[in-house]
Design a protein around this ligand. Sequence first.
Ligand code: ITT
Length: 202
Amino acid sequence: MLRKELGKGTLSRIYLITSNRHKVEEANIALKPFGIEVKQLHIKRLEIQSDDLVEIAIFSLREVINLVNERPLVVEDAGLFIPALKGFPGPYSSFVYKTIGCQGILKLMEGVEDRRAYFKSVVVYYDDDVGMKVFEGTVWGKIATEVRGTQGFGFDPIFIPEGSTRTFAEMGPEEKTKYSHRGRAFRALGYWIRNILEQQSK
Ligand code: ITT
């Protein structure tokens, strides 16, 4: 599918299975320079419990491949990892955000000197010809001492990426995507697609 579409130079759209509109907006910002538009597919995904984001993303994508006709399909799983908390909340970020939230993380980090943290994003692409392909992106930064900013989602108000003094929630989506784990993972997907296109036009 990908090869055929790219061969015709017509791959301009991918389908991201997610309930999170911010992910769609950020993926669109990252892939726009590659001429690729990201459409949201609202399908309930089953997320297994695992320490490994790649395993979670691959499992949930495999579960839905035969339920939808749209191609290519993409899922993304992300998490916030804090070394001082032994990697918590990591793959459990969604549950932890819904339960203790940003304030809960700030509480756990009270008096902790090592405030380093990173976000990781795993993007899994699927196409009937190519199969699955995994792309990853990481951004290091630190946990703020208070909640700051109103933009974005999840732990954005407490994460300050390296090279900035502001949290992701104090940036617009364009600026966040320049630094972010998601921006990096989706740009890696964009370069891979562009590379296939170039090889086919030779
Ligand atoms: P889908 O699974 O439907 O795509 P989700 O929001 O549940 O959407 P994840 O499971 O990938 O997405 O994300 C887990 C949590 O990690 C998410 O709920 C946020 O709390 C946090 N998170 C991930 N990426 C983030 C980001 O860019 N900024 C802030 N928090 C983020």
